[in-house]
Design a protein around this ligand. Structure first.
Ligand SMILES: [Cu+2]
Length: 301
């Protein structure tokens, strides 16, 4: 395996990878010393944003706010994220511990920027949608208090959640009709620290099931690569706040899921090269998971 070298410490001999780790640690540790206080202002009401079209729950991302529903019934929820901003965005559902509110979450973040508050659970959502595009994911939400956030950093490395991309959500008791998960064409299995595909991905519109069998939260960022580019080349050129690179661009995926979590995302795949990347930081070492092998080159035929 091409990337197995990372496991054996060979990365210490690779200056590019070290530079990459430094960039990503700075950018993606989520909460940095420079993170400003919370600005959780509600954006102006947009009638379209809270509508539910074709059974999908629709959220709109802008720089830097979400508009979308305040309440969703429990069950399997298909979420469409429309990016009307000029920056890359994601939507992460976070379930709050019993008795905690969105205000508590914001206050905890203001008090300590270095990590997400204790007891929260990442419940997935559509990942890495470039400006002008849409992302689609289906996740299971049970009843409770949630926040939706964007954890992607801007050019200064400040996560968008600290710039206002935080919205309270209440998941209400489910409808009488039980909702079923969608059919997944292919499964991506997340582990500490790898991705495994159940089968090759054929070109076309595919719904990908994601299961986290690891002991930490993981995510999938899908990047469509330029001809002959690799996921390594994409990461070598990666900079926070720059969505589209000559080596490729993100086209979706699944944001963080806790161990045992499951979700689905849908992408229109075309023939060519793709990469899967997990940017979430290790719980102990704080280095992004891709530096420990959580990246994969994928050919779509
Ligand atoms: Cu991971």
């Amino acid at each position: 395996m091409k990337h197995s070298g990372y496991w054996h410490g060979e990365y210490r001999k690779e200056p590019l990878l070290i530079a990459r780790i430094i960039v990503c640690v700075l950018a993606l540790l989520f909460w940095t010393e420079s993170t400003p206080g919370f600005v959780a202002a509600e954006p102006p009401a947009l009638p379209l944003a809270s509508s539910v079209a074709n059974g999908d729950t629709v959220y709109i991302a802008r720089d830097y706010a979400f508009t979308g529903p305040d309440q969703i019934p429990a069950g399997w929820i298909s979420v469409k994220l429309i990016n009307q901003g000029e920056d890359l965005h994601q939507l992460q559902f976070i379930k709050l511990p019993d008795g905690k509110t969105a205000e508590d979450f914001a206050a905890a973040m203001t008090a300590n920027h270095t990590r997400l508050p204790a007891g929260i659970e990442r419940r997935g959502g559509p990942n890495s949608v470039i400006p002008g595009e849409q992302g689609m994911a289906t996740v299971h939400l049970d009843e409770g208090q949630y926040v939706v956030i964007c954890g992607i950093p801007d050019r200064r490395g400040v996560p968008h959640v600290a710039l206002g991309m935080l919205k309270a959500l209440r998941v209400t008791p489910g409808l009488a009709k039980k909702s079923d998960p969608p059919h997944g064409d292919i499964t991506i299995t997340e582990a500490d620290f790898s991705f495994r595909l159940s089968a090759p991905i054929p070109a076309g519109r595919r719904t990908i099931r994601v299961v986290n069998t690891g002991s930490q939260a993981h995510e999938v960022v899908v990047v469509q690569l330029a001809p002959r580019a690799t996921v390594d080349a994409f990461l070598d050129a990666f900079q926070p706040g720059v969505a589209t690179l000559p080596a490729g661009q993100p086209v979706g995926g699944m944001v963080g899921l806790e161990p045992g979590g499951e979700g689905f995302f849908t992408i229109d795949f075309v023939r060519g090269q793709y990469g899967l990347i997990c940017f979430l930081p290790d719980l102990v070492q704080r280095a992004p998971h891709f530096t420990r092998g959580m990246l994969l080159d994928v050919t779509v035929n």
